[in-house]
Design a protein around this ligand. Structure first.
Ligand SMILES: [Zn+2]
Length: 272
């Protein structure tokens, strides 16, 4: 399976060096994730399409479809600009009704297990909720390549935005699901490709278990609020990352409550 990495060019505290999008050239030129609509991204995409479609009978700048991993703005807000530039492109994702409606294209709905022609191959849709309820990975079974969106980031961890659709229990199940698929390579939406997926995913599972142990220890030592726990568990954080840490702690607390191990009255949390 051929693929070309096209950078979005949106560096920031939560996007790292910026987002990756991937073009699968061939019979069904397909872009994975839409980026944010920057001119530089659209120009790079147009240039890659021209180059890769040159030898084919189809129109040189044809873009057949855009597969969106999930409805977070760094992955999806480029949809209107791409739709304007490539009006024939089909936009597809798993529905997340409250969020999708803000991007005015007619979305094609994807479901777990769907098989989608992309480039010169066929991708299997894999529902991997947790980071967001609509999160999808796209698997090329033949090469073992998994386009993994925000499931994992090499050398970093993923935010579980618990107050905005994130779910840690679902996320851990998604990691275990992908582990069981034994992909050969992950192509994430941030950071470099991951050539030892099983090692990285297992390290992620271990990291979350350590975090949970730390949250429990903090509660046992008298931490009562999310801010107490953040300052107890995390090293001093840059301002831009505090909100993400609060969300992750809330995700752990919500998991512990769902397991009957912790309780809260809205602001104060304790081990039950
Ligand atoms: Zn995201």
């Amino acid at each position: 399976m051929r693929h070309e990495l096209i950078f979005v060019g949106n560096p920031g505290p939560l996007t790292g060096a910026g987002n990756n999008t991937y073009l699968l050239p061939g019979l069904e030129p397909t872009l994975i994730d839409a980026g944010t609509g920057q001119d530089t991204h659209l120009l790079a995409l147009a240039a890659k399409l021209d180059e890769s479609n040159a030898g084919l009978s189809q129109k040189k700048d044809l873009l057949a479809k855009v597969l969106v991993t999930h409805c977070h703005s760094d992955h999806v807000s480029g949809v209107p600009a791409i739709a304007e530039r490539w009006p024939l492109a089909v936009f597809a994702k798993m529905p997340w009704k409250d969020r999708d409606d803000q991007y005015r294209v007619s979305w094609k709905a994807l479901e777990d297990g769907d098989l989608v022609p992309a480039g010169d191959s066929t991708l299997q849709v894999v529902h991997t909720p947790g980071h967001s309820p609509d999160h999808l990975c796209f698997f090329d079974r033949e090469s073992g390549t998994l386009f993994s969106g925000d499931l994992v980031i090499a050398g970093s961890s993923v935010v579980i935005p618990a107050s905005a659709g994130g779910d840690l229990v679902a996320y851990l199940n998604s990691l275990r699901l992908v582990l069981s698929m034994k992909p050969a390579c992950l192509l994430p939406a941030h950071g470099c490709s991951i050539d030892e997926p099983n090692t990285v995913i297992q390290a992620y599972l271990d990291h979350r278990q350590q975090r949970e142990d730390q949250v429990i220890a903090a509660l046992r030592q008298g931490a009562k609020t999310i801010d107490d726990i953040v300052s107890n568990v995390y090293e001093p954080l840059d301002f831009g990352l505090i909100r993400a840490a609060q969300e992750n702690v809330l995700a752990h607390l919500t998991k512990l409550v769902s397991e009957g191990r912790a309780a809260h009255d809205g602001t104060v949390w304790w081990m039950s």
